[in-house]
Design a protein around this ligand. Structure first.
Ligand code: SF4
Length: 285
């Protein structure tokens, strides 16, 4: 019998945690254990960075939902020195992101679909599509505020790069009105606020969709079949440096340096964990 609750919903964050460390998955999603620890040092800088990242996402959400650009820019102008990151990112967004309000979009939307015995769910920064283009492209945008731009191979392996387009094929018909989406219609774009002219684009394909399906189904089956003693600590101790459970696992007490964080995806995993999915209007398939 599975240890997972029958209503368990997998997300890219929980699957990434499982792949990174089974114990982390157990502590976070099965035991739901909040463990106060510093994720990265220096603490104040890390906390400010996380706050700014969350504010940036809210700012872009307001802009895409129709709050006038001028009003938002005036708000940015009034920020003190602690808002310098946010101001820079906003300026970069307006100049380079090539995204405008209106049109056919889903902003900060959640899609979910049945996946084996469980559900698979994802929260998207932006899904945008064009009804008029002959090939009816659908683009997933994800805003990243990390200092460093992750390399493409690393990004390609992230669960987010697999789950987001896969789930859009499964559930996108409900939001776009384009009928059943084919993988070839879909592209995923990571846009980096600190590297605004160097987005990473991932085209989707039938082949990739099938690979992702097999991989995700295998992963979900595996997690669902694990017994109490199967949630081992990761053998890769470098993963523990930024993990809040490291003192609990006896994997050291000092947090890793913020300079070593490859991207803010880890930060988003935390946000993913904190999401109260019951409070979000889901589009289910
Ligand atoms: S501290 Fe290390 S072993 Fe423990 S949950 Fe975190 S990543 Fe896993």
């Amino acid at each position: 019998m599975t240890l997972l609750p029958l209503d368990f919903q997998f997300s890219q964050g929980s699957l990434q945690d499982y792949v990174d460390c089974r114990r982390r998955f157990q502590l976070r999603y099965l035991d739901q254990l909040a463990w106060p620890a510093v994720e990265a040092e220096p603490l104040l800088e890390h906390e400010q960075r996380m706050r700014s990242g969350a504010e940036f996402h809210r700012l872009i959400q307001r802009y895409l939902l129709g709050v006038p650009e001028k009003r938002l820019s005036t708000m940015m102008d009034s920020l003190g020195p602690e808002g310098s990151d946010l101001k820079r990112w906003w300026g970069n967004f307006l100049q380079f992101a090539n995204v405008t309000p209106g049109g056919n979009t889903l902003v900060e939307g959640v899609l979910s679909a049945q996946f084996g015995s469980f559900r698979l769910l994802a929260k998207y920064d932006l899904i945008s599509w064009d009804m008029d283009e002959p090939d009816r492209r659908v683009t997933i945008y994800d805003w990243k505020t990390s200092r460093q731009r992750p390399n493409r191979d690393w990004l390609a392996e992230r669960l987010q790069t697999k789950v987001y387009p896969y789930l859009l094929v499964q559930a996108g018909e409900q939001v776009t009105g384009l009928g059943k989406l084919s993988p070839e219609q879909i592209e995923m774009v990571y846009w980096f606020a600190e590297h605004p002219q160097e987005p990473q684009r991932f085209s989707y394909s039938d082949e990739q969709y099938q690979q992702d399906h097999d991989f995700l189904a295998g992963l979900v089956d595996e997690v669902g079949s694990l017994k109490e003693g199967d949630f081992h600590l990761t053998a890769d101790e470098s993963r523990c440096k930024f993990c809040t459970y490291r003192s609990l696992c006896d994997r050291g007490t000092a947090a890793g340096s913020i300079d070593q964080v490859e991207s803010d995806l880890e930060v988003e995993t935390e946000q993913d964990f904190d999401l109260d999915f019951d409070q979000i209007a889901e589009i289910e398939f």
